[in-house]
Each structure stands twice: as structure tokens, then as C-alpha cells.
Design a protein around this ligand. Structure first.
Ligand SMILES: Cc1cc2nc3c(=O)[nH]c(=O)nc-3n(C[C@H](O)[C@H](O)[C@H](O)COP(=O)(O)O)c2cc1C
Ligand SMILES: Nc1ncnc2c1ncn2[C@@H]1O[C@H](COP(=O)(O)OP(=O)(O)OP(=O)(O)O)[C@@H](O)[C@H]1O
Ligand SMILES: [Mg+2]
Length: 496
């Protein structure tokens, strides 16, 4: 079988792994369901074309296993459905029909919307599983696995997604290695194809040319697969912000800081990042509720994240991020939200740019992120985006310089520093004793419930420092005056 042979002869280790995994899913589905119970949803797009050839190879290998037949593959027995739409590109239509003829496919053309079309199809046929060319970066892939039942409200069938974990790069590696035909639009700068109303060539493939007609390079030359959908008109470029919404219930935003690291707990490494974060968060008006240090252990991280995320508006976690065995933070965050870690194509591209020469494996463990809850926060100053999982921000910094940069970007990208009214503060130093200040301070607290009163000392015998914090400077001044009135003049020194 030519596809199996081409991949067998390829030296691309990663492609072989992706191919073998996809074939495993296909042969598994063909063992679970009879040939009459499966269908292939084909639309002439590149992902669909990959799946067409994988299904041809998978069916051939499945047959060979069952009957030890060694023959070729002249026709394709899997029922193939195409939802034909008047707003499809003529090139897509033409390619779909052509491919059907070339590979002996009997096309079922459906001219209804997806849902009604599927309802009618399932009523008339014993179909229980449908193969789709959905990939993890597609907007519709969120929450899907290789085998995912159709959504509530849709007719009941199993969605089988053999190329769910394939990247843009994998798709082109496969089509080129197998030397199969694909829709001509992909040679004219189109990288992802929807309808004629929402799809244009990808501007990143534009070639500077003196002639009046704009020219484009072929889709396989797009070096950054994250930008595959740059030629699709965006429906709504929404940047979710979890700091909005529920969290505005209380006036002051609450934060929690979690450090992950056995080395901090054993005293081998000093945790300076926690201190830095507390200072920064306080300076922009947040109230840090708790800092904690957790072992490099998935369950410990998950329990702490779960606890803090429900109490606080935002949780900041650092340490344990990377490819080492001890880097369990993202797995812990995923577990806290009850989701799995899944390959993230967009993040993988960033890592590939960053560590391309060292990236020898066929799987990049660092590119696995909590599925369906992760938002990547891009900033031109950062080589890798910040990771935000709902109200948990995962920081990759390992020292204060790196953290400073991440913090700056974070405050620019989110409303961390902008949405709250800043806290004003004043510090007073006195050499009065604890006993002398204790009662007047308690009374002051009752008189000024809106002012936070804190005290600390640098040594047992040394002076006491009193902090007054609040939203209104005038109120702080009134509290300071009220406190001074309770004592002789000059016992408090303003430290501000
Ligand atoms: C065979 C098939 C099965 C589908 N099953 C589901 C489903 O179970 N749940 C769902 O929300 N959408 C389902 N869809 C719709 C797709 O998720 C998606 O909305 C569709 O591919 C349109 O994408 P577009 O809006 O980018 O054109 C299905 C589509 C097809 C072709
Ligand atoms: N009109 C359709 N008819 C049949 N199947 C469809 C249709 N639209 C989408 N699908 C199914 O959904 C899958 C995902 O669609 P998607 O548009 O993301 O990929 P593609 O069209 O194969 O490639 P591209 O990303 O380049 O457009 C397809 O591979 C196909 O299985
Ligand atoms: Mg498409």
C-alpha cells in the first residue's frame, strides 16, 4: 500500500509516530464498528485529505490483519459524506469530486446544515461512528479526545478524530512525504479553508512582487503553524479576562502565591520570587491572602491550586515548569481543574523556535498544557507566552530578573494593575513600647474600620513600625492625626 510504504521509507521519526498513532485509532475503530457502521466526513480540506489517506492505509492494514490478504486497494468501502455548500470554493468542490473519483469513493452529498444532515443520515443508515479531520488547534476541538461522543443536542454517534494531536507541520510533512494531491488553493497561499465569505490567502505567505497581482507562497512554506488561521476572518477576537466577572464581588482583589519546589522546602534554594510577587501585587492594590510552598508532587500542587483558586481572584504559581521529571506544576493545575494535559500546537511552535536544535524527540513534553482552560498571553518581549489557566497564572521565571520582565508583560496584558483602585499607605515609626501603643491602636481600629492597621518591628528591643493602609489618603491622614492626639507630640516619625 503506497501510503504505508511512503511513511515506512521516510526518515521523519516524528511523522512515523504520528502516523502509527493515527493508524492505531483507525484500526481500533474498524475493530469496534462494522464497515456499515462507520462514515468519513470529507470536505476536500488539507486535514480531510490527510485523513482520507490514513483511512485508506488503515483499512488496508486492518483487512490484512483480519484475512492475511496482501492485495491492493482499488475501492474505498467507508461511506463518505460531504456537506456541500453554495459558499464553498469551486476549487474545494472540484478537488473533493476529483479525489472521490481517483480513490473509488462513493460520495454521499448532503445539502443541509450539519445537524439536520446528520440526523437524516443516521435515520437512514446504521452509522455509529464518524471519522473527522479535527485537530487540537481547531476551535471546535476543545474538550475532544480521539474518541468523543457527539455533543448533547446532536444526533448520537462517536466522533473519531485520528489526527487530533497532529500539528500544521505534521499535516504538511505527511502530504509531502506521501506525494498525494491536495486542493490547489493550498498552493495559492490559503492555509486553512472555510467558506468564500470568510477565507482569504494568508498574508504571511505574500511575496513582494512588482507586478500588480499579489502572489503567495504555498501553504507548506508557512513556517509558523500557529498562524494557520491568519487568513480566516475572525468572528470575535475576544481576550477573556477572568479578573472581570465573578471576582468583582469584593472591593479588593484577592491573590494567592504558590511556589513549587522541594529545594525551597529543604532550604537549598531561597525563594525570592514570592517576596517579589507579594510586593508587586500589593503595589497595584491586590491583597495577597496566602503564600505557600509545595512539594514537586502532582497531587500536592493540585490540592493547593484547587483550594486557592476557589478562595482567591487570581492564583500565581511558579517553579516546577519545564521538561524535567520534577516539573509537575502544569499537571497539577490540570488535575485541579479536572482536565487532562494535551499537546498545544501554538505553544509547541514557540518552543520549537526557542529550542529547535535541541528538540530531537517526536513528542515535546513541555508543549502539553491543561486542555480547554488554557489561554496563552503573548507579548513581544517574551519568547514564550505566559500561561493562564482560568484564574491561575503559571509563571516560568526562575529568578527575579525574569520575573520582573514577566510581571511587566502581565500587567500590560491583563487588568492586574488597572482595574482596582490603588491602596494608599503611610508608615509611622515610634520608640513607644508595645504595651503603650496596644490599647490606643485597638481603639483607633474601631474608630477607622476602613483603614487597615498593621505593626511590625525589626528587633525585639527596637522601634515599632505602624502601617496604615486604605483607599483614601484623607482618611489615612485623619487616622494618623487621631493616633498622634492620643500621645505626646513627636513620638511618631513619618517614614513615608
Ligand atoms: C460529521 C460532523 C459531526 C459534527 N459533530 C458535532 C458535535 O458533535 N458537536 C458539535 O458541537 N459540533 C459538531 N459538528 C460541527 C463542527 O464542530 C463545526 O461546527 C463545523 O465543523 C463547522 O465549522 P465552521 O463553523 O468553522 O464552519 C460536526 C460537524 C461534522 C461535519
Ligand atoms: N463541509 C464539510 N463536509 C464534510 N466534512 C466536513 C465539512 N466541514 C468540516 N468537515 C469535517 O471537519 C473536519 C475539520 O474541518 P477543518 O475545516 O478544520 O479542516 P479541513 O477543512 O480538513 O482543513 P483546513 O483547516 O485547511 O480547512 C474536516 O477534516 C472534516 O472531517
Ligand atoms: Mg476547512
Amino acid at each position: 500500500m503506497e501510503i504505508d510504504k511512503a511513511i515506512g521509507e521516510s526518515e521523519d521519526k516524528r511523522l512515523k509516530t504520528k502516523y502509527n498513532n493515527a493508524i492505531f485509532i483507525i484500526t481500533r475503530a474498524l475493530s469496534l464498528y462494522s464497515i456499515e457502521e462507520v462514515a468519513f466526513s470529507f470536505n476536500g480540506g488539507k486535514d480531510s485529505t490527510v485523513l482520507l489517506h490514513l483511512l485508506r492505509a488503515g483499512y488496508f492494514l486492518h483487512k490484512k490483519e483480519m484475512s492475511s490478504s496482501n492485495g491492493g486497494l482499488s475501492s474505498f468501502p467507508v461511506r463518505t459524506i460531504y456537506f456541500e455548500s453554495p459558499s464553498a470554493f469551486t476549487e474545494i468542490n472540484a478537488f473533493t469530486y476529483d479525489a472521490a473519483q481517483t480513490y473509488g469513493i462513493q460520495l454521499d452529498i448532503i445539502r443541509q446544515d450539519f445537524k439536520s444532515g446528520l440526523e437524516a443520515l443516521l435515520k437512514a443508515n446504521p452509522i455509529r461512528a464518524i471519522f473527522l479531520g479535527v485537530r487540537i488547534g481547531d476551535p471546535t476541538a476543545v474538550g475532544q479526545e480521539q474518541f468523543s461522543p457527539s455533543s448533547p443536542g446532536w444526533p448520537p454517534f462517536m466522533r473519531v478524530n485520528p489526527i487530533l494531536d497532529w500539528s500544521y507541520r505534521d499535516v504538511w510533512a505527511f502530504l509531502l512525504a506521501c506525494k498525494v494531491k491536495y486542493c490547489s488553493l493550498y498552493d495559492q497561499g490559503y492555509t486553512s479553508i472555510g467558506s468564500i465569505h470568510d477565507t482569504v490567502p494568508n498574508a504571511l505567505l505574500s511575496v513582494n512582487d512588482t507586478s500588480s497581482k499579489e502572489k503567495f507562497k504555498p501553504a507548506y512554506l508557512l513556517s509558523d503553524g500557529r498562524l494557520e488561521r491568519a487568513g480566516r476572518v475572525k468572528k470575535n477576537a475576544s481576550v477573556k479576562n477572568d479578573i472581570d466577572g465573578d471576582s468583582q464581588k469584593h472591593e479588593v482583589l484577592l491573590a494567592s502565591v504558590i511556589a513549587v519546589g522541594d529545594e525551597i522546602l529543604s532550604g537549598t534554594v531561597e525563594d525570592r520570587l514570592g517576596l517579589y510577587l507579594c510586593k508587586k501585587l500589593t503595589s497595584v492594590g491586590w491583597s495577597v491572602q496566602q503564600t505557600s510552598v509545595i512539594r514537586n508532587d502532582i497531587d500536592s500542587v493540585s490540592e493547593e491550586v484547587d483550594r486557592q483558586r476557589s478562595i482567591c481572584d487570581m492564583v500565581f504559581i511558579y517553579g516546577g515548569v519545564g521538561p524535567l521529571h520534577s516539573d509537575v506544576t502544569l499537571a497539577g493545575v490540570a488535575k485541579a481543574f479536572g482536565v487532562r494535559l494535551a499537546p498545544d500546537e501554538e505553544f509547541e511552535e514557540y518552543l520549537r523556535h526557542l529550542i529547535s536544535e535541541q528538540c530531537t524527540g517526536d513528542r515535546n513534553e513541555m508543549a502539553q498544557l491543561p486542555e480547554g482552560i488554557t489561554e496563552l498571553l503573548h507579548h513581544e518581549k517574551l519568547s514564550v507566552p505566559l500561561i493562564k489557566c482560568r484564574n491561575v497564572i503559571v509563571l516560568a521565571a526562575t529568578n527575579t530578573e525574569e520575573l520582573e520582565k514577566e510581571w511587566e508583560c502581565l500587567t500590560e496584558l491583563t487588568k492586574l494593575g488597572g482595574s482596582t483602585s490603588l491602596m494608599e499607605s503611610k508608615r509611622l515609626m515610634t520608640s513607644l513600647t508595645d504595651v503603650e501603643v496596644a490599647e490606643p491602636l485597638s481603639k483607633l481600629g474601631l474608630e477607622f474600620p476602613d483603614i487597615y492597621l498593621g505593626c511590625y518591628r525589626k528587633s525585639r528591643q527596637g522601634p515599632i513600625i505602624i502601617c496604615l493602609k486604605g483607599k483614601d489618603n484623607a482618611r489615612i491622614d485623619s487616622a494618623v492625626q487621631a493616633l498622634c492626639k492620643k500621645f505626646k507630640e513627636g513620638v511618631f516619625v513619618d517614614m513615608k
